[in-house]
Design a protein around this ligand. Structure first.
Ligand SMILES: Cc1ncc(COP(=O)(O)O)c(C=O)c1O
Length: 374
């Protein structure tokens, strides 16, 4: 039986865990005189190359920029197709469009909602120039069968900073692996991104494209029409502090996952996404699926009821091919994703939350479930 008391303040979905250390690091950076890309961005790249076990890490302005530049570095452009998943933040598909290529959506697996390699195999054609999978919520997707295609793989690892695939750290495994430092991410700088790669040619191309460079030394010239996708030292300074806290934050996330796992096992019709014990999960999002029949109400009704309980939730994700600009424009035979898109609900999770905050979310979910199944 769920407890009866409702929270008196809003429990936010994913507040950043920022402390005095980040504030001090920003102040120190501002006083240093380096506001744009400088020594702190370089230090972040060095540190992340160690953590991500990759030869090269290039800091950029966002996870979106990381994926965009990775596709361009691989020479992807008009006439090319890139196979991706519909269960993602639309940026994953947008960057394919930005590169002038065509996204092709492969359906996901029902258990973890990651791209289904069997569907990818069916969609490969002579126009396919890359596969862009996502490691949803922090669970690595099945990479081996994607590598077997012999087509470049660019990983969207926005949720997967700490993830390992069969014991191997995500970062240097595929042609390029793209991370986000957005405000909600496990390493949060507010905005920012990283491209990790073991390929010297990909790293060199991204360095050329990341920032328009006005020649060398006194030579005023443009050899490559580069973007403005560099990361400022102010943000790099925050990310460097967040890296130091990663282990402690992981412990908190693991505790929050355990609390949810234990409680949700008792709720009929509510089930978390599958996690593969062979992999290391980054514990970025706690996503459940609401089976409307067994849980007595739809995901949307659950989300509204939880909001009334002052518990903020989120949705990861609505299938990209069903959103208005994408609808009907690209190949997408994705019934599994469409069903899942109506069922997924992400519960509050953050190192900024106490265990009691998570217990409040669990109690609220219990009360709502009791009401809907009565
Ligand atoms: C799966 C996924 N891919 C890409 C991105 C884009 O990252 P950014 O916001 O840093 O551009 C996000 C979230 O922000 C994401 O959740």
């Amino acid at each position: 039986m769920a407890s009866k008391s409702r929270r008196s303040t809003l429990l936010r979905f994913q507040p950043p865990a920022i402390g005095d250390e980040e504030v001090d690091a920003v102040a120190e950076t501002l006083r240093s005189g380096w506001l744009t890309t400088g020594p702190r961005a370089a230090e972040l790249e060095r540190r992340c190359a160690e953590v991500l076990e990759a030869e090269h890490v290039i800091a950029v302005a966002s996870g979106t920029a990381a994926m965009h530049l990775a596709l361009l570095a691989l020479g992807i452009g008009p006439g090319d197709e890139v196979i991706t998943t519909p269960i993602t933040w639309p940026a994953t598909a947008n960057v394919i469009v930005h590169a002038g290529a065509t996204p092709v959506f492969a359906d996901v697996r029902d258990d973890d909602l990651n791209i289904d390699p069997a569907r990818v195999h069916e969609l490969v054609s002579e126009r396919t120039k890359a596969v862009l999978p996502v490691h949803l919520a922090g669970q690595p997707c099945e990479l081996e069968p994607l590598w077997e295609l012999g087509i470049p793989v660019v990983e969207d690892a926005a949720h997967a900073f700490e993830s390992r695939y069969r014991g191997r750290k995500l970062g240097g495994l595929s042609d390029a692996t793209c991370f986000s430092l957005y405000a909600t991410k496990n390493v949060a700088a507010g905005e920012g991104g990283l491209v990790a790669t073991n390929r010297d040619d990909v790293a060199a191309a991204i360095l050329e494209l990341r920032l328009m460079r006005r020649g060398d030394g006194s030579l005023y010239d443009i050899a490559v029409p580069g973007y403005k996708a560099n990361l400022s030292d102010v943000l790099a300074a925050i990310a460097l502090v967040q890296l130091e806290k990663l282990e402690r934050h992981t412990e908190i996330r693991a505790r929050q996952f355990a609390l949810y796992d234990d409680a949700i096992a008792r709720l009929d019709g509510v089930a978390p996404l599958a996690r593969d014990a062979r992999d290391t999960h980054a514990l970025h999002l706690y996503v459940v699926r609401i089976d409307a029949e067994r849980a007595g109400a739809s995901r949307d009704e659950y989300q509204r009821a939880l909001a009334d309980e002052l518990v903020q939730t989120s949705i990861h994700f609505l299938p990209v091919h069903t959103l208005s600009w994408y609808r009907g424009r690209f190949r997408a035979d994705c019934p599994v994703a469409e069903r899942a898109g109506a069922e997924v609900l992400s519960l509050p999770l953050s190192p900024a939350h106490s265990d009691d905050d998570i217990r409040d979310a669990i109690d609220a979910l219990g009360r709502v479930h009791e009401r809907f199944t009565a």
